[in-house]
Design a protein around this ligand. Structure first.
Ligand code: T46
Length: 142
């Protein structure tokens, strides 16, 4: 965990290259260049029904990078002290989320696709699903 920042201020938008030409836009991601962790998993959310909310949990170690591949959604991050909202609606930037961050993902537009690059394989024991437990742990490390 050393060298990994875990404050809300470390969660940030990272711009990706955008190559535009008359045929449309192209964005690429080179792991070691654009993403501040080694990518070990990729997953995506799609066909999200209107009004549905995802997330509502935190991670002990996981780092993630969220990109709106289509449409829009909001990500609300909470480090146990303060919250910050990010509106995601472009494919040429992503949101880096450090460990120990509660996240709620809301306001999915119709047809939204959320792609996630993750620093670890799926591990159920990495999750805080209970907000009070998360809060106690998050406040204890700062
Ligand atoms: C996050 C948001 C954006 C797996 O089996 N493998 C996986 O890689 C993932 C992510 C989930 N699952 C299973 C676990 C649950 O049975 O899929 C089911 C739904 O997972 P969850 O409730 O965690 O899904 P979201 O969309 O609420 O949250 C996920 C990530 O867990 C989370 O880290 O930031 O997407």
């Amino acid at each position: 965990m050393r060298n990994i920042e875990m404050a809300l201020a470390d969660c940030r938008i990272i711009d990706l290259p955008k190559i535009s030409d008359p045929r449309g836009n192209l964005t690429f991601i080179e792991g070691a260049r654009h993403i501040p962790f080694e990518i070990k998993r990729v997953y995506y959310l799609y066909d999200v029904p209107g009004g549905a909310e995802r997330g509502a949990h935190g991670h002990r170690k996981l780092q993630q990078f969220l990109i709106s591949m289509s449409g829009a959604f909001d990500v609300i991050l909470d480090d146990g002290f303060e919250t910050k909202k990010f509106h995601m609606n472009r494919s040429y930037y992503g949101l880096y989320i450090s460990p120990m961050m509660w996240r709620d993902i809301t306001n999915f537009s119709s047809g939204a696709v959320l792609m996630v690059l993750a620093s670890e394989p799926y591990e159920a024991s990495d999750y805080f699903r209970d907000y009070e437990q998360f809060l106690a742990a998050a406040r204890a490390i700062r």
